[in-house]
Design a protein around this ligand. Structure first.
Ligand code: GAR
Length: 189
C-alpha cells in the first residue's frame, strides 16, 4: 500500500508511522512521499533524513486557493498513492483534491469529532470544559474535519491539564490509532 503523507508542522505522528514501517510493524506499507504546504517544516526535514522523498506545494506561491489545490492534487497523484494521509496538515483541500482521492484521504484529529473540529481541537475542548476528549481517525471529505469515522478513542482531561500536556497525551493515543488504521487498510479491511 503506497501512501503520501501531508504535514504542516513537526510531524511527530508521521515519525511514528515512519518507525512502524521501518520496524515491520506496518507490513506492506510504503511511504511514497511526504509533502507540506510551506517551507521549513520539521515534518519534511525528518522525512528527508529518513531517506523519504519530500515535496512542498507552498500555499503562498499560488495566486488563489484553487491554483494551489490543483497543484497539490497533481503532485499527490504523481505518486499514485492508495491513500493520502493528512497528519497535522492544517489546510482545507478543495473539491478537486477530494474528488481525486475520493474515500482515500485519511485525516487524524485531536478531538472526538464531530466535537471540536478545526485548527484548535485541543484548546477548544479545554475552553469548553468537557471532562473527556480524545482523537479521531476518519475519511476526510470536503468539510472541516468531517467524513466517515474509522477509529476513535477517548482521553480524560485532568484538572491540571494545559493545552500542551493534553495534546501530548492525545497524540500518544492518536499514533496508535493511525498505525492500527493503516494496518487495517493495508490488509484490505
Ligand atoms: C495532531 O494532533 C493532529 O491530529 C492535528 O495536528 C497534530 C499534528 O501533530 N491535526 C489537526 O488538528 C487537524 N485539524 P504532529 O505534527 O506532531 O504529528
Amino acid at each position: 500500500m503506497r501512501i503520501v503523507v501531508l504535514v504542516s508542522g513537526t510531524g511527530s505522528n508521521l515519525q511514528a508511522v515512519i518507525d512502524a514501517v521501518a520496524s515491520g510493524e506496518l507490513e506492506n506499507v510504503e511511504i511514497a512521499a511526504v509533502g507540506a504546504d510551506k517551507h521549513g517544516t520539521y515534518g519534511v526535514e525528518r522525512s528527508a533524513a529518513a531517506g523519504i522523498e519530500t515535496f512542498v506545494v507552498n500555499f503562498k506561491d499560488y495566486a488563489d486557493r484553487g491554483d494551489w489545490n490543483h497543484a497539490l492534487t497533481e503532485k499527490c497523484l504523481s505518486y499514485a498513492p492508495d491513500y493520502v494521509v493528512s497528519s497535522g496538515f492544517m489546510r482545507i483541500v478543495g473539491e478537486e483534491f477530494i474528488n481525486a482521492f475520493d474515500g482515500t484521504y485519511i485525516n487524524t484529529h485531536p478531538a472526538l469529532l464531530p466535537s471540536f473540529p478545526g485548527a484548535h481541537g485541543v484548546r477548544d475542548a479545554l475552553a469548553y470544559g468537557v471532562k473527556v476528549t480524545g482523537c479521531t481517525v476518519h475519511i476526510a471529505d470536503a468539510g472541516v474535519d468531517t467524513g466517515p469515522i474509522l477509529r476513535q478513542e477517548a482521553v480524560a482531561i485532568e484538572d491540571t491539564d494545559t493545552e500542551e500536556s493534553l495534546h501530548e497525551r492525545i497524540k500518544v493515543v492518536e499514533r496508535r490509532l493511525l498505525i492500527a488504521t493503516l494496518a487495517d487498510l493495508a490488509q484490505g479491511n
